[in-house]
Design a protein around this ligand. Structure first.
Ligand code: URA
Length: 224
């Protein structure tokens, strides 16, 4: 059940009306940020819930949350690690150099950032580019699960070791996770290199290309 207060705020926001809250406003009863689960939320409510999230300490250092962008009915869903400095500033995932590399990867499979949906495991930037902490990923998880359930993509591309491990609930080494079709909740998932990694090690592009071909084959099989 969606708490009526969150529903009210989502409607007001959708109508373009600013929602002003007193600085010391209490969270609505039984909906302390920790306990509002995203399971049944629609897009607007989910986005609002994320934007107000205080589930972990990253809420105190972020400029803004980075919800995700793209086609809400996408065939391809791309999932990365966490926003970096530029994403924190602009509110959009994968901009900057890694974003351009991701654009190239998408172009190689006939997609672009408008046709796919792009999200991250974390919706907030870890300060000083430190690695995300396990409890941050845990607390953010149901937001991503809800995004996946709403998009219902035919393929998930997990870019980088952190995203792959968190999505698959695995501690396996990166190379063990890539190169084969995986599955979460019935959705095929392919693990590939993080675009930032391809910028550092262009020689991995060949392997990344074979991951993208694998993903493309799974999409083709899904629509047959
Ligand atoms: N790296 C990520 O994993 N996600 C972003 O949004 C940007 C860089």
């Amino acid at each position: 059940m969606i708490h009526p207060e969150y529903q009210r705020r989502a409607y007001l926001q959708a109508m373009g009306i600013d929602v002003w809250l007193p600085r010391d406003a209490d969270e609505p009863e039984d909906s302390a940020a920790d306990t509002v689960l995203a399971d049944n939320l629609g897009w607007d409510e989910l986005k609002l819930c994320v934007s107000e999230c205080t589930r972990c300490g990253l809420s105190t250092s972020r400029t803004q949350t980075v919800f995700g962008v793209g086609n809400k009915n996408a065939t391809w869903m791309i999932i990365g690690e966490a926003p970096g400095a530029e994403e924190d500033r602009c509110g959009e995932p994968f901009i900057g150099r890694a974003g351009h590399m991701l654009d190239e990867m998408l172009r190689a499979v006939g997609q672009d950032r408008k046709s796919v949906f792009i999200a991250n495991i974390l919706k907030c930037r870890p300060p000083n580019n430190r690695d995300p902490k396990p409890n941050e990923a845990l607390k953010c998880r149901d937001y991503l699960d809800r995004q996946i359930a709403l998009v219902r993509p035919s393929i998930i591309l997990a870019v980088g070791k952190f995203a792959a491990q968190k999505l698959l609930g695995s501690d396996d080494a990166f190379e063990q996770m890539r190169g084969q079709a995986r599955d979460i909740n019935g959705i095929p998932l392919v693990v590939t290199y993080h675009p930032a990694n391809l910028l550092r090690s262009p020689s991995q592009k060949r392997k990344s290309w074979s991951d993208l071909c694998l993903a493309q084959g799974l999409v083709a099989a899904a629509v047959e």
